[in-house]
Design a protein around this ligand. Structure first.
Ligand code: NAD
Ligand code: UD1
Length: 338
């Protein structure tokens, strides 16, 4: 299949393109490099024997997007492009509504103009908000608690309506839990700007000596050791789920939300100890107050992904930590260091 990948130079997009190519799909990366680097594309090319095409473009430019669609004629789209920082979205909500929601409308319009009717969308487990029960299944009520999460929820609703208006359209919204890890080669990985907000990149930067110590946000949660529990999922497993979703689009009609997680929750201390084992380094840490907006525990019921996509996560916490460390050690300054 011909697959157009928006945001394909980013963390999850770059890993997905590698997996798409290994399954012989033809891909075009479309990215404005707002939160990524052309170096990531160069490395994807290196890992895939040069079969990658990429075009610098902004998804908000519908006219240009439409020309790219007319030329490439994709069978399907994987839509990663967007902004993803929860804190920034709270401070600048209109930026998030403009970039994420208008970006999605622009993309769907370009698809309509060019007769492309199949899309896989990067949603997030953040659409669930505070869990009523665990594990979280797709029927759990949706009540995102910040503008970033709301953009994911609104785009899902838009996709639902887009599909309802035309029975030939298909959309799969993949609700990721906590993507971590890196490609086994250590050539591509997560490259956050500035101080990482998320746990795994922060721990990696402590291990490599770029940050002094990890602050653990809360040790009084109702969890097995008092620290927050999450469903970490290896980015290579996540990437393979996108390939499974693209393959499933031909047999699915309408809108389908699907959780992507392992179903297993780990605490902050579990991750810290696994990372210490993987890296052979001690991770300095201190307990700090809870981070506003955090929940005690969140993990997926991954049954639907298995039923609908024939996919399940294969890689465990040790592989997540080993690959994160391998990437961090080889690229202490991310892509900027090359
Ligand atoms: P990322 O920032 O690494 O990748 C996003 C890519 O989109 C970047 O390469 C960026 O340059 C590009 N982009 C942004 N705005 C664009 C625009 N207007 N036009 C063209 N390109 C644009 O993020 P990621 O971690 O790879 O996440 C990919 C998607 O998955 C995002 O939509 C994110 O919200 C979602 N998601 C991520 C996580 C996570 O923890 N990483 C969790 C849940 C959902
Ligand atoms: C965060 C976002 C979520 C987003 C997800 C993936 C918030 C409130 N939620 O989720 O919307 O989809 O990232 O991008 O920002 N922790 C520490 N110290 C740190 C960093 C994290 O103790 O320096 C803890 C957190 O309190 C949490 C766990 O580690 O218990 C995981 O945190 P993180 O990686 O930021 O993911 P989420 O909070 O699940």
């Amino acid at each position: 299949m011909k697959v157009l990948v928006t945001g394909g130079a980013g963390f999850i997009g770059s890993h997905t393109v590698v997996e798409l190519l290994s399954e012989q799909h033809e891909t075009l990366i479309l990215d404005n490099y707002r939160n990524s680097s052309p170096e990531a594309v160069r490395r994807v090319r290196e890992l895939s024997n040069g079969r990658v095409t990429a075009q610098e473009a902004d998804i908000l430019d519908t006219q240009n997007l439409s020309c790219i669609f007319a030329e490439f004629q994709p069978d399907a789209v994987i839509h990663f492009a967007g902004l993803k920082a929860v804190g920034e979205s709270t401070m600048n909500p209109l930026l998030y509504y403009r970039q994420n929601i208008e970006g999605a409308i622009s993309l769907l319009e370009a698809m309509d103009r060019n007769g492309c009717s199949d899309i896989v969308f990067s949603s997030s487990a953040t659409v669930y908000g505070e869990p009523d029960y665990l594990p979280l299944d797709e029927a759990h009520p949706l009540r995102p608690a910040n503008p970033y999460g709301k953009t994911k929820y609104f785009i899902e609703e838009m996709l639902r309506d887009w599909c309802a208006a035309d029975k030939h359209k298909s959309a799969i919204a993949l609700r990721y839990f906590n993507p971590v890890g890196a490609h086994a080669s250590g050539r591509i990985g997560e490259d956050p700007n500035g101080i990482p907000n998320n746990l795994m990149p922060f721990i990696s930067q402590v291990a490599v000596g770029k940050r002094e110590r990890l602050k653990i946000f809360g040790n009084d949660y109702d969890t097995h050791d008092g620290t927050g529990v999450r469903d970490y999922i290896h980015v290579v497993d996540l990437a393979r789920a996108h390939v499974a979703a693209v393959n499933a689009l031909v047999r699915i009609d309408g809108f389908e939300p699907v959780n992507l997680g392992t179903g297993q929750g780990y605490s902050v201390l579990d991750v810290l100890h696994a990372f210490e084992k993987a890296s052979g380094r001690t991770i300095a840490h201190a307990f700090a107050p809870r981070r506003p907006g955090d929940v005690a525990a969140s993990y997926a019921d991954p049954t639907r992904a298995r039923q609908l996509l024939g996919w399940k996560a294969e890689l465990g916490l040790d592989e997540m930590c080993i690959s994160s460390w391998n990437w961090q050690r080889q690229n202490p300054d991310g892509y900027a260091g090359s």
